[in-house]
Design a binder for this molecule. Structure first.
Ligand SMILES: Cc1ncc(COP(=O)(O)O)c(C=O)c1O
Length: 400
């Protein structure tokens, strides 16, 4: 029998990020493909981690996470969103948001459960749904506004396109059981409005869905207000909220994340998580507890600095002739290469490193429908200003 990847994971081979990073290295290009900052987070937090490493303990933490980090997650939720959580039953610390999302899906999905998400979507959702035996269903967010189409959401949740009305839940064709939402959203930079979230919450309540809400960019909403789905009426009892230290504190390599929600759902996450990694990064959990307690100024300065970088990159993309969909939050901006006569974003991205020494990622890789983001390209602006300026001046070469 051939030794090969299990069928449910085929198609999740080498990611476009690996391909683009290899191209970037080969061409000495500026890598705006992947969303990691090129400056590390606050010095005092790095020092806290270093002290914790030397002071120890460097042993397994409790499975749910260190008491101090769970207490910090609870205090953070109370301070920013007025949420009241129990640190013992409503918090699970994870190895990044990625593990939190995977553990949430593994913990709540029965094989054949339909899971609805919006496309374009962050790539780990599709893999997490596949690993948990779920069946993915997507609702398009269409450019240029990426607005919510509530009727399309309702149809996807019911499973209209796959005969859902007559089918049973759990056979892949019936009504959905889980919804995965991400706001602020990668790759579009959309921040779902309160009205959109209320409409989504209504659908969740109507269909008794479990919502998994990825809020890793919660502190990086520039133009709109970030509203956690769990704070809307009737949502706390059905929502797992996932976040991590990576984006907020520019510490993406630390991979310290957390999931909060009602005790029964957090137990489902914990049950899966204990057999994925059990625990992780004890000394870093100590430092992240300190980071979550930083004063308000840290959060607003980090957001405002990123907003300036967003504007710098968007101005550069526009000067290069790309129509830009200015993001409301997160790490990424989208340029439409149709405006410079290109009709295929993936081919454009493959040629871009050699053409002008910059790397971007085609939005089509985040889509099930290849036409949805065909001419859109995602660029990261979580980079130093001089790097953004250099990328912008190289992109200016696109004008010929
Ligand atoms: C929307 C979204 N969710 C989750 C993650 C992963 O978070 P972590 O690095 O904490 O696993 C990312 C990273 O790019 C992301 O953009």
């Amino acid at each position: 029998m051939p030794h090969e990847t299990a069928a449910r994971l085929r198609g999740f081979g080498t990611t476009i990020f690996a391909e683009m990073t290899a191209l970037a290295t080969e061409a000495g290009a500026i890598n705006l493909g992947q969303g990691f900052p090129d400056e590390d987070g606050p010095r005092e937090i790095l020092e806290a981690a270093s002290e914790a490493l030397l002071a120890g303990p460097n042993q397994y933490t409790p499975g749910r996470g260190t008491p101090e980090l769970r207490a910090a997650v609870v205090a953070h939720a109370a301070r920013w969103y007025g949420r009241e959580l129990d640190p013992d039953t409503q918090v699970q610390v994870t190895v990044g948001a990625t593990e939190g999302i995977a553990a949430a899906l593994l913990g709540v999905c029965e094989p054949g459960d339909a899971v609805v998400t919006f496309e374009p979507y962050y790539d780990s959702y599709a893999a997490g749904i596949a690993m948990s035996g779920g069946v993915r269903r997507t609702v398009a967010l269409r450019p240029p506004s990426f607005g919510l189409d509530v009727e399309a959401l309702r149809a996807a949740v019911r499973g209209d396109a796959v005969g859902g009305r007559s089918a049973r839940r759990g056979d892949g064709a019936g009504p959905a059981r889980v919804l995965v939402l991400n706001s602020p959203h990668n790759p579009t930079g959309k921040v779902f409005t309160r009205a959109e979230l209320e409409a989504i919450a209504e659908v969740c309540r109507e269909h008794d869905l479990v919502a998994i809400c990825d809020e890793v960019y919660e502190h990086l909403a520039f133009d709109g207000e970030h509203v956690p789905l769990a704070t809307l009426p009737g949502m706390a009892e059905r929502t797992l909220t996932v976040s991590s230290a990576g984006k907020t504190f520019a510490l993406t390599g630390w991979k310290v994340g957390w999931v909060t929600g009602p005790p029964a759902l957090v137990t489902a996450v914990a049950t899966a998580k204990q057999f994925l990694t059990f625990s992780g990064h004890g000394p870093l959990q100590h430092a992240v507890a300190r980071a979550l307690a930083l004063d308000d100024a840290y959060f607003s300065v980090a957001r405002d600095r990123l907003r300036t970088r967003r504007d710098r990159l968007c101005d550069g993309l526009e000067a290069a002739g790309l129509t830009t969909l200015r993001p409301e939050g997160g790490y990424f901006a989208i340029g439409d290469v149709a405006s410079i006569g290109e009709d295929d974003g993936a081919a454009f991205c493959r040629a871009l490193p050699a053409r002008c020494g910059v790397v971007g990622v085609p939005v089509s890789v985040f889509c099930d429908d290849p036409d949805l983001g065909r001419t859109l390209v995602r660029f990261a602006y979580c980079k130093r200003e001089d790097v953004i300026d250099e990328a912008a001046s190289r992109l200016a070469g696109l004008r010929g």
